[in-house]
Design a protein around this ligand. Structure first.
Ligand SMILES: [Fe+2]
Length: 242
């Protein structure tokens, strides 16, 4: 997009930290040259195979965390986590958070006029298996207004955090749904230039779909390299719930 300033081809799918159409990036982005921090043991290592012990039981099904099913369309979101050479990343923590079917988060700062769902918290966490695979069962989130500009609505999305093999490899991003007309007018999605933006869009998959039960969407995540899944420019999710 023309609003992307100083974007270099070598940045691949990385959104620039300043993307003025996404208003929060204006105060949030750095004004001084970045300081390169050498990577030591702290950045290049993690708890390796201890995640399952540290993270507690998996939360792979967001529709069974309360007394009854949440409102909305039940879906399966599945895929693989891969490194820059297409190798699976096993035993890594993948967390998701999302709005309910009406587009509302269970958070005190989200006060727009949509109902909360007593049967939906919107948080999940799994650890990838030996093939780097993951799977969540959830409901399709709704779009919601976010005040970035006049009549601004976020496309339906699921937030993801992947820790990767080391602390410095954490990726925070968002997954969208195919054929959502809001994607092309969303400043957050559009902070990632094409063709990389398409990597943030899941695809409907009839094989993942379960008969008489749930639609299936596939979303592979690549942590690094030329095929990397673009990160999210917003790391202030707790503050403004974009
Ligand atoms: Fe969001």
């Amino acid at each position: 997009m023309s609003q992307i300033i100083g974007y270099r081809p070598e940045d691949a799918g990385q959104p620039p930290s300043l993307s003025p159409g996404y208003v929060s990036t204006v105060p949030r982005s750095p004004r001084l040259p970045l300081v390169k921090i050498p990577q030591g043991l702290t950045e290049t290592t993690g708890p390796a195979n201890a995640w399952s012990r540290l993270m507690g039981p998996s939360m792979a099904d967001l529709t069974t965390q309360h007394a009854a099913m949440p409102q909305g369309q039940r879906i399966i979101v599945a895929g693989r986590v891969l490194d820059e050479q297409g190798r699976p990343v096993p035993n890594t923590v993948m967390e998701i958070w999302q709005a309910n079917a009406a587009g509302r988060y269970i958070h005190k700062k989200d006060q727009w006029d949509a109902p909360l769902d007593p049967n939906f918290t919107g948080a999940g966490r799994v650890i990838t298996d030996a093939d780097g695979r993951y799977q969540f069962v959830t409901i399709r989130p709704g779009a919601y207004p976010w005040g970035n500009h006049h009549n601004a609505w976020r496309p339906a999305h699921i937030h993801l955090s992947l820790l990767g093999p080391a602390f410095a490899t954490r990726l925070v991003t968002q997954m969208y749904f195919p054929d959502d007309p809001l994607i092309e007018i969303d400043p957050i999605a559009n902070a990632v230039p094409p063709p990389y933006r398409q990597r943030l869009v899941s695809r409907f998959d009839i094989e993942t779909t379960r008969p008489n039960w749930a639609l299936g969407y596939l979303f592979d995540v690549v942590l690094r390299g030329p095929d990397a899944t673009p990160p999210d420019t917003e790391h202030g999710e707790d503050d403004d719930h974009d």
